[in-house]
Design a protein around this ligand. Structure first.
Ligand code: CUA
Length: 293
């Protein structure tokens, strides 16, 4: 059945035959490990090469994409080279019995640990800080004076959208006023609340103008996300969140909740309508205060 064994059986003692079986098994194990490792690397690279995001439609979104692309281009080659080198070492030195006195060199080991760690930090962290800070500033700097103020409240499982109305001031809201008829919980005793515009699952914004979003949460954690704008901001009950974007392309864009928030998480979505400035103004003129309805 096994030609090699019959051929060698006369010269090699039984112990060596057993040893050969072990080494063949070891080779198979190392080969499987290398295949798994290179397979995962290839899977990662192929997954990242494809652009999964919708075309960018906001000003800061270009910068967000730039940071992601930088990280991919800077760390991708390191991953591939690292995987190849690691596989080669596995193949070259991973088989056979360990020798009694490994030739270690503490000094070399230290440098081969410290230098790559510092190198990776420089490559990723410094890159992200240099490329990412301007984008961060675009999103979290104080909004320009002409920004459109919009409030979004996340609750299971919808987005309640509120505009301050002609007076430019958000009226008082309180949990005790929240009802089916008054989803925002507007306080009818507050004059500033009278003209507040309330919508469900839709936001209207003008193209090219900053939108200053404030975010509230009513029950559990949600996350407000508009993939086309590269906007994603956690919605935390008790904390007034904020984010800012400037839409650059007119159209309709999906709002998604990107934090698992319950059985209805999948249906917690809406739309942002980006209109020409004149169309937005005319839409706004036609809205009436929720309490006046
Ligand atoms: Cu809200 Cu998921």
């Amino acid at each position: 059945m096994d030609e090699k064994r019959t051929r060698y059986s006369g010269i090699i003692p039984d112990a060596s035959a057993a040893c050969m079986r072990t080494s063949r098994r070891q080779t198979a194990e190392i080969a499987a490990l290398i295949a798994l490792f290179l397979g995962l690397t290839a899977f990662t690279v192929v997954g990242f090469i494809r652009n999964w995001m919708p075309p960018v439609a906001s000003r800061h979104g270009v910068g967000v994409d730039g940071v992601i692309r930088y990280l991919f281009e800077a760390t991708g080659p390191v991953l591939v080279i690292g995987a190849l080198v690691f596989s080669w070492f596995l193949w070259r030195y991973g088989r056979g019995r360990p020798t009694g006195s490994p030739a270690t060199n503490a000094r070399l080991e230290r440098w081969w640990s410290i230098v790559p760690v510092i190198g990776m930090m420089a490559l990723t962290e410094v890159g992200v800080v240099v490329k990412g800070f301007p984008v961060w500033h675009e999103i979290y700097a104080p909004p320009p004076a002409d920004a459109v103020a919009v409030e979004v409240t996340g609750q299971q499982f919808e987005w309640i959208v509120r505009y301050p109305g002609p007076d430019g001031t958000f009226g008082r809201v309180a949990p005790e006023f929240v009802s089916r008829e008054n989803p925002a919980g507007l306080d009818s005793a507050d004059p500033a609340a009278k003209d507040d515009i309330v919508l469900r699952n839709q936001i209207h914004v003008p193209v090219g103008r900053a939108v200053n979003l404030r975010l509230r949460g009513r029950d559990v954690l949600h996350s407000f996300s508009v993939p086309a704008f590269r906007v994603k901001q956690d919605v935390v009950p008790g904390i007034l969140g904020k984010t800012l974007f400037v839409a650059t392309v007119p159209g309709r864009y999906e709002i998604a909740c990107t934090q698992v928030c319950g059985m209805g998480h999948y249906r917690m979505h809406g739309a942002v309508y980006v209109d020409a400035p004149a169309d937005f103004e005319s839409w706004l003129q036609h809205q009436t205060g929720w309490l006046a309805k």
